[in-house]
Design a protein around this ligand. Structure first.
Ligand code: ATP
Ligand code: MG
Length: 240
């Protein structure tokens, strides 16, 4: 459902992505790990064209995201994205955050969007917070709203970029629980995270990036228990 072929991304002299290829099957859960600056976010952001690649190709659900024939906004509707910083609209209530895109971009009737929003808030465990503003929520609650907001557009694929790394430790679990539940429902997910417990429980495949390249990939057990590449061995020693 995602096909990344030989992509490169340059920032001036710096090669942020250096010949990266990755295919993700429908329903597959891929966890991406790697040191800071290795290109994880750049790769994830390239999938929904928040970054424009310099070489190579990316297809989402069969559509080449760089082909002028394809409408990038239509492709983006298939992709939900959740960032480290929750990026909620501060001047809108939780409900407003969840209904805005479906109403504006998909022309969903407000009542229908609100009903779906309530269902999603229930799913992420905060149905009592529909009418509060983001600033009155804990970090874990805000991130769960951000996940619900992405789901409100009914995406086929969810992209997560270190969704728990800005959270206090006691709030990490509640966000991971929501992500595990989503995974069990069959959502296709690409998740940048260093939460090894999550990776072991959920990932079909773990991908290790360093210096803009994928150096190793495999099942979580294989990668974590018998890493082959010396850089992966070193990385795992540092984070475990
Ligand atoms: P982290 O774990 O710290 O989030 P990352 O693996 O997500 O790291 P990226 O954010 O993808 O790494 O960055 C890859 C490289 O590209 C880094 O060297 C970074 O400094 C550089 N980079 C990223 N975005 C830009 C930009 N907009 N302009 C210039 N350089 C950038
Ligand atoms: Mg990053």
């Amino acid at each position: 459902i995602i096909s990344i072929k030989n992509i490169y991304k340059f920032f001036g002299e710096l090669t942020a992505l250096n010949d990266v290829s990755l295919d993700v099957q429908p329903g597959e859960k891929v966890v991406v790990i790697g040191p800071s600056g290795s290109g994880k976010s750049t790769m994830l952001r390239s999938i929904n064209k928040l970054e424009t690649i310099d070489k190579g190709s990316i297809r989402v659900d069969g559509m080449d995201i760089n082909s002028p024939e394809n409408d990038i906004n239509a492709i983006r509707q298939e992709l939900g994205m959740v960032f480290q910083s929750f990026n909620l609209f501060p001047h809108k209530t939780v409900m407003g955050n969840l209904t805005m895109a479906p109403v504006r971009l998909k022309k969903v009737p407000l009542e229908e969007a609100e009903a779906r929003a309530l269902m999603l808030l229930k799913k992420v465990g905060i149905s009592d917070k529909a009418n509060v503003f983001p600033s009155n929520l804990s970090g874990g609650q805000q991130q769960r709203v951000a996940i619900a907001r992405a789901l409100a557009m009914n995406p086929k694929i969810m992209l997560f970029d270190e969704p728990t790394s800005a959270l206090d430790p006691e709030m990490i679990g509640e966000v991971l629980d929501v992500m595990v539940a989503l995974a069990k429902e069959g959502m296709t997910m690409v998740v940048v995270t260093h939460e090894m417990g999550f990776a072991r429980e959920v990932a079909d495949r773990v991908v290790f990036m360093d210096h803009g390249q994928i150096l190793e990939e495999g099942t979580p057990d294989r990668l974590f228990d018998s890493p082959e590449h010396p850089r992966l061995q070193k990385f795992l020693k540092q984070i475990l």
